[in-house]
Design a protein around this ligand. Structure first.
Ligand code: SF4
Ligand code: SF4
Length: 127
């Protein structure tokens, strides 16, 4: 039997999930990144990830983002797509893990409410 169809469309979303501040990365994720960029694992670890003292785990580094305060450093600011899709961490492959995406549901709720199919809440228009 075919898998149930997802109730979200990433192509219609500004990549909210990539703006999540603590995107955890494991050793094998860093190894994959190092291989992708043909660099040393230790260099990849420092360049692409940082230690989150509160969560006690390594997370993806962010950079400034047009829509959100910051987003993963690998998010393309124009296309809103992942620039390292083949080498993205496991958590990015697994998310949201269900047929529904909470971020997407909220996005659709806002767009319905404002009757604007292109609306994206940003740090500028959120009070
Ligand atoms: S927030 Fe949800 S709908 Fe948007 S890109 Fe991420 S998984 Fe896709
Ligand atoms: S690695 Fe790609 S999919 Fe994962 S958070 Fe960064 S931009 Fe998003």
């Amino acid at each position: 039997m075919a898998a149930p169809k997802p109730q979200f469309d990433c192509n219609n979303c500004p990549a909210y999930c990539c703006s999540y501040p603590e995107i955890p990365v494991k050793k094998r994720d860093i190894k994959r990144l190092a291989k992708h960029f043909s660099i040393d694992v230790e260099v990849a670890r420092k360049r692409f990830t940082k230690w989150d003292g509160e969560k006690k785990e390594r997370v993806m580094r962010h950079r400034d983002d047009e829509h959100f305060v910051t987003a993963c450093r690998f998010l393309d600011q124009e296309t809103r797509n992942c620039t390292i899709y083949e080498a993205r961490p496991q958590i990015c492959r697994d998310f949201p893990g269900t047929r529904r995406c909470g971020y997407y549901d909220f996005l659709m709720f806002e767009r319905d409410l404002l009757d604007d199919p292109d609306y994206v809440s940003t740090t500028d228009n959120v009070d």
